[in-house]
Design a protein around this ligand. Structure first.
Ligand code: ATP
Ligand code: MG
Ligand code: FE
Length: 346
């Protein structure tokens, strides 16, 4: 099926068009620059930016894909989780588009969309897989037995998301937003073993409870305190950045591979904007190889928030014979991952 997907859960206005598992276009407009001086995404600013960016983004995606809107088989949209106001703009636009074109509408889960992104790489995808999604808004470890019917949350962050931790530490170190790329740049010349920062919730006993929740606030406090205590005699920012990054990467990879072992799943999918982190990719690949786990990392344009992954998920739902969503759904900022599609008609 030919599907147009709309994604507005955070600061990216993403419009993607797919035919089955083939990617035709993936237009992304980001309001990141507008949030820079606040040091994080401001919900109202993001919602307004979506409103302005949607129409041109749809036009660009349609032109890019070389299709006409009338040719679409369906429209897809992120219903949640995400920022309520931002989601609402996308949901409204998707309903308007579907009604005016008289096409079925599929309202889907953003996190499961991140998993569906992997279908667009052109390579064969196998399930079950463990998926680690890390971005500015989420840190989730999922067990995917079947993309359209069986996704289980193994753990998520109790406080800050991984990307958020990068952004906050960057701020402490006097680096601009977004912090991820800045920490990466500065860490390049630092010693990752200079300071042993805490690895929250990653002892064997933490994971033995069968939950894989994450916590980065203790690490944030530890870094802040370390910087404060050493300010007088001069802080080597490169060492702090490298040691902080190492702690985050260690926690993420340790838990993801532990989950693979416990559930006897030899596959790990990585997604979310923090995957841009070279060190995270390298450590994941290295330790996974040693553990006999195959790692999949879609191209970054499919890892960060985008509309193509939403279209790809809807396309799978259609292929699986699922009915469209009824129009009586709204934005659900805390939509659980088990709700892969919302407002399914009886
Ligand atoms: P969502 O959480 O809804 O997926 P988001 O907009 O918060 O969306 P992304 O746009 O996917 O998240 O990713 C942005 C986050 O990724 C920011 O927190 C940023 O600091 C982080 N990031 C980007 N590059 C890197 C990097 N090289 N290393 C670590 N973190 C990075
Ligand atoms: Mg973003
Ligand atoms: Fe996301």
């Amino acid at each position: 099926p030919l599907v147009l997907g709309i994604e507005t859960s955070c600061d990216e206005t993403g419009i993607g068009i797919v035919r089955g598992r083939t990617l035709l276009s993936n237009t992304i407009a980001s309001s990141m620059d507008e949030h820079a001086r606040y040091g994080g995404v401001v919900p109202e600013v993001a919602a307004r930016a979506h409103l302005e960016a949607l129409q041109p983004a749809i036009e660009a995606a349609v032109a890019d894909a070389g299709i006409r809107l009338e040719d679409l088989d369906a429209v897809a949209v992120t219903s949640g989780p995400g920022l309520a106001g931002a989601l609402m703009v996308g949901v409204g636009a998707a309903k308007a588009l579907a009604v005016s074109l008289d096409k079925p509408l599929y309202a889907v889960n953003h996190l499961v969309g991140h998993i569906a992104a992997d279908l667009l790489t052109g390579e064969e995808v196998e399930y079950p897989t463990v998926a680690l999604l890390v971005s500015g808004g989420h840190t989730s470890l999922l067990l995917v037995r079947d993309l359209v019917s069986d996704v289980e949350m193994l753990g998520e962050t109790m406080d800050d998301a991984a990307g958020e931790a990068f952004d906050k530490i960057a701020r402490i170190l006097g680096l601009p937003y977004p912090g991820g790329p800045e920490i990466d740049r500065v860490a390049a010349t630092g010693n990752p073993e200079a300071i042993r920062f805490p690895r929250g919730l990653s002892r064997a006993s933490d994971m033995a409870t069968r939950r894989y929740d994450f916590s980065f606030s203790g690490l944030k406090t530890a870094v802040a305190r370390w910087v404060e205590q050493h300010e007088a005699d001069g802080v080597d920012i490169a060492d702090v950045a490298a040691s902080f990054r190492e702690a985050v990467v260690d926690v993420l990879v340790t838990k993801a591979l532990d989950a693979c072992a416990r559930h006897d799943v030899p596959r790990l999918l990585l997604g979310g904007g923090v995957i841009a982190n070279r060190r995270l990719r390298d450590v994941a690949l290295e330790r996974a190889a040693a553990a006999g786990v195959a790692v999949r990392i879609p191209p970054l344009s499919l890892c960060t928030d985008n509309g193509a992954m939403i279209a790809a998920l809807a396309s799978e739902l259609i292929r699986g014979g699922r009915p469209a969503s009824t129009l009586d759904f709204g934005a659900d900022s805390t939509l659980p991952v088990t709700e892969i599609q919302v407002a399914v008609s009886a």
